[in-house]
Design a protein around this ligand. Sequence first.
Ligand SMILES: [Ca+2]
Ligand SMILES: [Zn+2]
Length: 364
Amino acid sequence: MNAVKGKIHKKIGLWITPNLPENETKLDQKTKDSLFPAEKDYEEALMIKKKGVFLQIFCFFVLILPVTCSQIKQQPFTIVMLPDTQNYSEKLPKYFHDQTKWIAEQEKTLNIAFVTHVGDIVQRGDQVLEEWEVAKEAMSRLDGLVPWGVAIGNHDYDLDGTHRNGEMFKRYFGAKRFQDKTWYGRTSPDGLSSFQTFTGGDQEFLIFHLESDIPDDTIAWVKSVLEDHPGKPTILSTHIYLDDRTQSRDIKPYWQKESGNSAEQVWQKLIRKTPQIFMVLCGHWSLAGGEWFQVSRNDAGQEVFEILADYQQRENGGNGWLRYLQFNPDTNEIRAKTYSPSLGQFETDENSDFVISVNFDERF
Ligand SMILES: [Ca+2]
Ligand SMILES: [Zn+2]
């Protein structure tokens, strides 16, 4: 009897199982009678067994599988934003290295999905190779750890004000630099803007790194890339966009010449018409503290989150302050944090530490 039970348990081994013989014909009548005094009871027991199997299948597909899937989706992830590093590349490389060392250390703890540099990587774009070498060494620390991208800032052009000449930028951070990276998309026709892909939770995102005074042909290029990735949630990272003094988008292009568009023009021509763009990150302006966050509504009535961070006016060229955004699909929140790895301090006032509510299921 015990042997029969043991065999049955091993065979079925699941939750809702009566102690049934697995094969009726293998049992002598005495054993069968002792287990099931009446044939009717045996038939009932068989029904219970079948229901048990059905219940197990039901539970797996209806209860366990969705919970497992949602747990994958609910994994929080982080995007790190590196504001203007021009002072560090020029004369205080320690702070730049502190930033990317910290990112490398935190990559697993914070589940960092992407690192975006919002531009002004160096101080003197075409003049001082050593600055580019500092930036190269600091940013290369991220290779193999996390996907990353760099927006060209006004200081990164060959001469600030030349608008289209970014040969040094292309040499150090152009498409060739990333040719072995699966997450690297491609560049705009002028080679100064690029896009990348990354995965956060169970969602694939697009992120663009767009040149300053984004020209019409680059806007057209962005649209063509988005047509290839319909509906994919998209972030724009671009150097000059929000001004902390006016607390709004720039209404004039920075250089005010050639085919450059102001931030407001880029909003009108591209962002407000493109629902999949949900966030814009920028640096550059820092004359009134270097921080601003605003929420705008696109033509589809959806929120677009626009965030400025630039600490270059602070002590030690910025003291290593950086911004990171923790996406938490479980709580439908994006939490912005501001931290300096060099100081080991958080900045916790309201324009440095804030929460953005977003319905992840609807928006992503
Ligand atoms: Ca602040
Ligand atoms: Zn700048």
